[in-house]
Ligand binder design. Structure first.
Ligand code: INI
Length: 158
C-alpha cells in the first residue's frame, strides 16, 4: 500500500460576481463587530460581489431570527452573520454563544440558504481583538457556499 498522502484539486472559487449577500451584524461588542464587518466587506469587495446589504441587530442572540427573516426574502445567495460573545463579560456567555450557533445552523438547514457563522466566542477582549479577521473568513465561506449552491442547481438542470 502506498504511503503517498492523499491529494486533491482545491477547487474553491472566491469569485462573487453576480452574487447578492446580506450581512447581519450585532451591535453588542461593537468595538469588535465593527472591524469584523469591515473585514467581511473587504472580502466581498475584493471578490466583486454583486450587492451587499448590511443589517444590525442588538446582540448575537438575535442573529438567528434576523438570518431567518432575511432568508425568507429570497433576495440573497448567502447570509453572513457576525457577532462577538466574550466570556469574561457575561455570565450567560454559554447560552448566547450556543443559541447563536445552533440557531444559525438551523436557519441554514431549514431554508437551504448558506449562512456563514462569523461569531467569535472568546475568553476575553484581547482574544477577540486578535481575531477580528474572522469577518473576512466568514465572507469567503459565504462566497464559496453560494457558488456551491448555484453549482448544485445548475448540475440538477443539466
Ligand atoms: N450579546 C453578544 O453579542 N455578545 C455578548 O458577549 C453578550 N453578552 O455578553 O451578554 C450578548 N448579550 C446580549 C444578547 O445577545 C441579547 O441581545 C440579549 O440577551 C437580549 O435578547
Amino acid at each position: 500500500m502506498s504511503n503517498q498522502p492523499i491529494t486533491w484539486e482545491d477547487d474553491r472559487q472566491h469569485n462573487a460576481h453576480g452574487l447578492r449577500f446580506a450581512i447581519v451584524v450585532s451591535r453588542f461588542n461593537s468595538n469588535i463587530t465593527g472591524p469584523m464587518l469591515a473585514s467581511a466587506r473587504r472580502a466581498l469587495d475584493q471578490a466583486g460581489a454583486g450587492s451587499v446589504q448590511v443589517f444590525q441587530v442588538p446582540g448575537a442572540f438575535e442573529l438567528p431570527l434576523a438570518a431567518k427573516l432575511l432568508a425568507h426574502t429570497h433576495a440573497y445567495h448567502a447570509i453572513i452573520a457576525l457577532g462577538a460573545v466574550i466570556r469574561g463579560e457575561t455570565p450567560h456567555f454559554d447560552f448566547v454563544a450556543a443559541e447563536a450557533a445552533r440557531g444559525l445552523q438551523q436557519v441554514a438547514l431549514e431554508t437551504g440558504l448558506p449562512v456563514a457563522f462569523g461569531v467569535l466566542t472568546t475568553e476575553n477582549l484581547e482574544q477577540a481583538e486578535a481575531r477580528v479577521n474572522k469577518g473576512f473568513d466568514a465572507a469567503m465561506t459565504a462566497i464559496e457556499m453560494a457558488r456551491f449552491s448555484t453549482a448544485v442547481a445548475q448540475a440538477a438542470r443539466s
